[in-house]
Every structure is written in C-alpha cells, then in structure tokens.
Design a protein around this ligand. Structure first.
Ligand code: SF4
Length: 207
C-alpha cells in the first residue's frame, strides 16, 4: 500500500495527535485495525488480541542482563532507563526501555523482548527499534545509527540492528499512511495473510 504517496503531502497532521510504536506494530499486523479502532471507534477485546501480542512482549527480568556485556560488547558509556519521549516532528510518543550512550557520541535504543531470537529479525521488531530511534533523534537531538534488542528467552541474547536512512524514511511513511487512514477515514486493504483473520475480533464486520 502506498497511501502516503497519494495523501500524505496534502495532509496537515493535527497538532497533539501522536501514534505509539505499539499502534504502529498493530497496523503492520493488519492495516484495518487502525481504521476500526480510530475511525469507527470499535475497540479490540483484550483477550482477542492474540496475534497482536507479537508486538507486545512482557518486559521482565531486565536487571539480569549482564552489565559488563553492555560495557564491553556495545561500548556503552551510560544509559537512561524507561524513557518516555514525545516527538512533535514525527507525531510519535512512547517509552523505550533504555537509551544507551555509545562511545562514538551517538545514542541507541535498547529494547527487551520476552521472546527467543528466531534466526532472522522480525520486521516488527526492527520497525519498532527504528521508531524508538526516531523518537530518540528528536527528543535528545542526537545522532542514532543503530538499535539493540535483547531476547530475554534466549539467555538475554543481544542483537544489534544497524539503521540506514531509508529505515527512518520507511518508518515515517508508515506513520503518514496511518494518519491518512485516521484523518481521511480511508478504508485500507486487508492484511495479505488471511490466517490472521481467523482469530480476529473484527472478522464479522470486515468485508
Ligand atoms: S478480519 Fe483480517 S483483514 Fe479484517 S481486520 Fe481482522 S485481520 Fe484484518
């Protein structure tokens, strides 16, 4: 879907309207969620949000991460914990688990996932990290070149994600697409993966 190419240039985002990385992950799971929730005001039932849990892992046990690992492997000189950030420029808000101060003077998001690493990085995990990167860029006015994800159920395996400029551009395009749906009431396409419809709470009204 290339909504952003059609609409976003004409669209002035409403001041004070923000998306969160979690909402954006839900949107990537199925673009229609945002339409049903924000345009029709039909909320999801928590117990039926089954697959969306992909993007909402329980954060626990973070203190057990070996601090020396961060210092030695990541060249991290300091960190802020549980940082709530708001970005007027990107219309984003959210709390990142940690903001790392790296030796090269850049900052990086560090995000805990109560999950195992499955050989390749989930797109949702990467996009979420990039979104935190955008937030950090704007909130701290600092350069962000990479992010880290710590897989709690994989013995606290830490994966580094290099960010390219195109990753930040793609994240902004996704935000634009979402605002197009919310502000213009655009009815988006279904998810490509029909298996996701099986457990979806909107399946009876989604045509
Ligand atoms: S039924 Fe399928 S297409 Fe419709 S909102 Fe649910 S997951 Fe998306």
């Amino acid at each position: 879907m290339k909504l952003s190419q059609n609409f976003s240039k004409q669209l002035e985002k409403v001041e004070g309207m923000y998306l969160t990385p979690s909402e954006i992950i839900e949107y990537l799971y199925c673009p229609r969620f945002i339409y049903f929730m924000n345009c029709l005001n039909i909320s999801q039932h928590e117990e039926q949000r089954y697959k969306v849990l992909l993007g909402r892992e329980i954060h626990e046990g973070r203190k057990r991460v070996n601090r020396n690992y961060l210092r030695k492997k990541i060249n991290c000189t300091g960190k802020d914990i549980n940082v709530y950030m708001v970005s007027e420029n990107f219309h984003l808000k959210g709390t990142v688990d940690e903001v790392l101060y790296l030796e090269d003077g850049t900052l990086a998001p560090f995000d805990y996932k109560f999950a195992e690493f499955k050989e390749t990085l989930y797109r949702t995990h990467k996009v979420q990290s990039v979104l935190y990167g955008l937030l950090i860029k704007d909130f701290y006015k600092a350069e962000v070149k990479k992010g880290y994800i710590c897989y709690v159920r994989d013995n606290y395996l830490v994966k580094e994600i290099p960010f390219k400029e195109k990753d930040f551009i793609e994240a902004q395009m996704i935000i634009d697409e979402m605002f197009s749906i919310i502000q213009l009431g655009f009815y988006p396409k279904k998810t490509k993966y029909s298996i996701r419809c099986v457990d979806c709470c909107y399946r009876n009204i989604c045509v």
